[in-house]
Design a binder for this molecule. Structure first.
Ligand SMILES: [Ca+2]
Ligand SMILES: [Ca+2]
Length: 301
């Protein structure tokens, strides 16, 4: 499983560094033609694909050609990404943020953290990982805005959902990484991606100890034992949150999947998760965090 939480090359780790030149909303939808702005996400316009808007995102115009704006979060895609897959990612984004699909983002503070920190947040979509690598080689990173970004590839984006006995729809993972790391964990101290937060404590239990880096051997008693050496402690926390929430919501519970992921995560059905990881389960279901309770299905409103 790929481990990129954020495009580390693009992601700057300094605290919120919004340069003050933007007002909160001015980098928003490209076609703000004076029509009533789409506060109503049921408005079809929310899923209109346009070109990359001028303004903050201009430096991306050489690379990406398709754009959707979901509640202020940018989704940019290269020309090789099929529209259907871009729209699937957009719907999943909308569903994670407005999980009860009533048209209002469930946790406005989390959304604000995503849109107002740095130069905003975005999902960057490429046709393939190969394409992304080729583009990164050419990119002038210094010219890009200081954004919180997550990548997703069309080759792993499955609008029809995960395939029993086959591939997992990575949209559910990568979009969650963005929304959690820049949103949920940014505004709720218990979920913070830091040592000793309740999320960190739960993870230490799940791994069978506190490991700043991947141990030679994980203790037998753990159920989360990711072994990617490039994934540091913070990265491990983002993956852990993803495993927990998607397991709780049933996304990992299909033919062949538990076996496929067992080397990394052993609590793959909701039942197993609730029984095994009581600390994370308590966190994920605490109503004060307003976390998603239904796995996105790619259909928003
Ligand atoms: Ca809502
Ligand atoms: Ca839905």
């Amino acid at each position: 499983m790929r481990l990129v939480i954020l495009l580390s090359l693009l992601f700057h780790c300094s605290p919120s560094s919004k340069d003050g030149s933007d007002t909160d909303m001015d980098s928003e939808p490209p076609e703000d033609t004076g029509e009533p702005q789409t506060d109503d996400p049921g408005d079809d316009d929310m899923f209109d694909i346009t070109g990359i808007p001028d303004g903050t995102l201009s430096p991306f115009q050489d690379v990406f050609s398709k754009y959707v704006n979901i509640f202020g979060i940018h989704i940019l895609a290269t020309s090789t990404v099929p529209d259907e897959k871009l729209l699937h990612a957009a719907a999943v984004m909308a569903e994670y943020l407005d999980n009860n699909e009533d048209g209002t983002v469930d946790d406005p503070a989390a959304l604000s953290a995503l849109t107002d920190s740095y130069d905003g947040s975005g999902l960057v979509m490429f046709g393939t990982e190969r394409e992304a690598e080729n583009i990164f080689e050419e990119l002038d990173f210094d010219a890009l805005p200081d954004m919180h970004l997550q990548d997703l590839y069309a080759e792993e984006t499955l609008p029809g959902g995960s395939v029993p006995g086959g591939r997992f729809d990575a949209t559910l993972e990568e979009v969650l990484h963005l929304v959690q790391s820049g949103g949920f964990s940014a505004v709720h101290a218990d979920l913070a991606i830091e040592n000793d937060s309740l999320l960190a404590q739960a993870m230490d239990t799940a791994r069978g100890g506190h490991f700043e880096s991947v141990p030679d051997r994980y203790p037998e008693e753990g159920w989360y034992h990711y072994d990617d050496e490039t994934c540091d402690y913070e990265c491990m926390m983002v993956e852990y949150f993803y495993w927990g929430l998607t397991s709780l919501l049933g996304a990992q519970d299909y033919e062949g999947r538990c076996e496929e992921i067992a080397h990394e995560w052993e609590a793959c059905t909701a039942e197993q998760f609730i029984e095994t990881d009581t600390a994370l389960h308590a966190l994920l279901t605490d109503p004060q965090y307003k976390l998603p309770t239904v796995i996105p299905d790619g259909n928003y409103r």
